[in-house]
Design a protein around this ligand. Structure first.
Ligand code: NAD
Length: 365
């Protein structure tokens, strides 16, 4: 599917950044924009980012092939409800929300599973609004896609390709996996950061020495506490089960560590800090998605709705990251063949094992 006309509802930090990135790479694409604040819309037109503005009727979105919902999640549901009656039948809706379960449940309840692909660019800043958006914000950032169950696999592939073209790193997973993973690496850290900052606030004496000398490490691990309180309130309200499960696991770790310190268990303390150093150091040496080459496999499948969701779920359950996925048409294979692209060789090999164990026929390169 070619996205000739792309719409944006909400031109804040993320909406503005994605729209600017698309315009930078694909100036030929027509961009339709709606924003609550009219001044921002005018600015985006002046910047050459928006070609057509929409009023509150949203009629201007009728011609869009793809519509990005870049407003808070609750608001995105309202817009989705209105746009479903306006958009052309083939148009795809995508969002940028930090939590995916709520919007996917809504999509399932409302029968929109053939036209919704959840999205989450893992980029941001402590600042919000169009004024802080940039055509490079999402460059080299993971951009997670969570396709609903009945979306045509070619469309998933096209959206993935659009995202790659902006320099971001698409990663396809189920919405459940997304909310589990982000609870650990994004939501829990935010809660911990907030608790640390508030702890220091409560514990500091009248001279405010703690605040005065808060330096290096403390500043680094609490930087994220300066981001939008409203957004983090929304994230906690949207992903409570996963966040609480991670908090329980974290509290139990803290209790273990407290015990090791209380008991002056030197060996255990060294183990704790050695293990975390080794694992943390490996983050910097393992290549990010942009660096390694692509690793592909081809899998025979029936070209029917749900087939891709089954495979994506299966691979996600084994923590295997998918970069892109698509049906191959002009090929030497006889049946429907799904091309799956991975970032890493190990992921490709694990996927072959998982799929072959379940009797899929895998063509290897
Ligand atoms: P932002 O405040 O910069 O922009 C929000 C946009 O939504 C603005 O255009 C605002 O006018 C519009 N908006 C808000 N309420 C509205 C309403 N009731 N009606 C119409 N428009 C309304 O915020 P952002 O950082 O761009 O966040 C937008 C989405 O992106 C959120 O869902 C957030 O979860 C997600 N996200 C944010 C980050 C980040 O770090 N900021 C990262 C990834 C994803």
């Amino acid at each position: 599917m070619t996205f000739n006309t792309i719409g944006f509802v909400g031109l804040g930090l993320i909406g503005g950044s994605v729209a600017k990135s698309i315009k930078r790479v694909h100036p030929e694409i027509t961009i339709v924009g709606y924003n609550r604040n009219q001044e921002v819309l005018k600015e985006a037109v002046r910047d050459g980012v928006i070609d057509i503005t929409s009023d509150d009727s949203l009629e201007a979105f009728r011609e869009c092939d793809l519509i990005f919902l870049c407003v808070p999640v609750v608001t995105a549901l309202d817009f989705m409800d209105r746009l479903r009656h306006i958009k052309k039948e083939s148009a795809i809706l995508t969002d940028v929300g930090s939590v995916k379960t709520g919007i996917h449940k809504y999509v399932e309840e409302e029968g929109l599973t053939d036209c919704f692909i959840g999205g989450h660019p893992m980029a941001g800043s402590e600042k919000t609004g169009y004024a802080n958006s940039s055509d490079r914000l999402i460059e080299n950032a993971w951009y997670i896609l969570t396709p609903a169950g009945d979306v045509d696999v070619h469309i998933i592939s096209d959206l993935s390709t659009l995202i790659s073209s902006m320099g971001a790193l698409p990663l396809i997973m189920t919405y459940e996996e997304h909310d589990h993973v982000t609870a650990a690496i994004s939501h829990l850290p935010h809660v911990i950061s907030a608790s640390l900052v508030n702890l220091v606030h409560d514990q500091d004496g009248p001279e405010h020495y703690m605040k005065l000398i808060a330096a290096g490490g403390f500043r680094d691990i609490t930087r994220i506490s300066s981001s939008s309180p409203q957004m983090w309130q929304e994230i906690c309200l949207d992903n409570p089960d996963n966040i609480c499960a991670m908090m329980d696991a974290y509290i139990s770790k803290l209790i273990d560590y407290r015990l090791a310190i209380r008991n002056e268990n030197a060996e255990e303390l060294l183990n704790i800090f050695t293990q975390c150093k080794d694992y943390r150091d490996s983050f910097d040496t393992e290549p990010r998605g942009s660096l390694p080459g692509e690793h592909r496999i081809y899998v025979d499948i029936a070209d029917e709705p749900g087939a891709i969701a089954q495979i994506a779920t299966m691979l996600a359950m084994h923590n295997i990251s998918i970069k892109n996925i698509g049906i191959v048409h002009n090929r030497e294979f006889e049946q429907g063949v799904l091309r799956i692209v991975f970032y890493e060789k190990d992921a490709k090999e694990s996927a072959i094992r998982v799929l072959e164990d379940r009797n899929y026929y895998v063509h290897k390169e």
